[in-house]
Ligand binder design. Sequence first.
Ligand code: AP5
Length: 292
Amino acid sequence: MASCPYLNSSMMLSKPKHPTASFCPLDFPNSQHLSSSLSFIASPIGGVKSVSRRCRQTNQRCSLILASMDNPKKPLKIMISGAPASGKGTQCELITSKYDLVHVAAGDLLRAEVAAGSENGKQAKEYMEKGQLVPDKIVVMMVKDRLSQPDSNEKGWLLDGYPRSSSQATALQAFGFQPDLFILLEVPEEILVDRVVGRRLDPVTGRIYHLTYSPPETEEIAARLTQRFDDTEERVKLRLQTHNQNVESVLSLFEDITVKVDGSLPKEDVFAKIDSALSNLIEQKNTTMLAT
Ligand code: AP5
């Protein structure tokens, strides 16, 4: 039986810097054909491994396609937004455990500064206690520096609680950080207060609990849970006011990439909707990458 003349002379489909697939040119005469052929096997994280086709010339199942996309070259860049206690942190736990993105939470970065007693932390605390936005001169560089770390660059990032104003959004864009998707969690205000007051944090694992909706699994965990200094009914009302004053100006900048999700559903159902939006996004990105 004749062997396929192309078996050992596979061609690179994409730019050398982004190797994606080698293929038998008889089966896949152009990249458009290839991308449509491959779209059905793209896995959630973009790891198209291999595909074989029967060669038109030799009738052998010889065309070899190996795509080295374990680490897709276009990692996801996601922003998640919503009112205080809308479930951003909870969803970020679920998203990062499935998609392995680097979780960058503006509130956590600020709390780390407060705990360290740094000059930035001292200033930030004054604003956080009043439920106000910490000034851009502190927040912007903090977030920019974290997004610039090699892990965010390689794995992709999930930015939580930033931007909270149009000036924060434009500052980040000016540094070249542009999201693929903007997720907005929508939750009625009467639910939010209840969520804040019942929230507890595990200082050991960093996990978020709620005394009613997501109670700790063991007595041992329950005994070590802590409460955030701004998680009082009085302060959450101030945080809500700040959120309501700013949210529209931020949303208007990301309208075309926004997915609104009903955050009042049980957390697993909220995640199912986010998961579906992310899967679609990854499929789109893979198709675009293979076609270019
Ligand atoms: P930050 O820490 O970001 O607080 P926030 O925006 O008020 O949001 P939260 O962390 O309170 O809530 P969440 O949406 O993450 O909800 P969670 O998943 O924990 O910011 C704090 C402060 O820092 C700000 O007020 C500001 O001063 C400053 N700051 C932060 N970012 C800034 C920025 N960019 N610029 C300037 N200043 C900034 O859930 C809450 C509770 O509900 C939990 O108990 C959870 O178990 C429960 N829960 C979650 N989902 C569900 C569900 N689906 N059903 C039932 N219960 C649920």
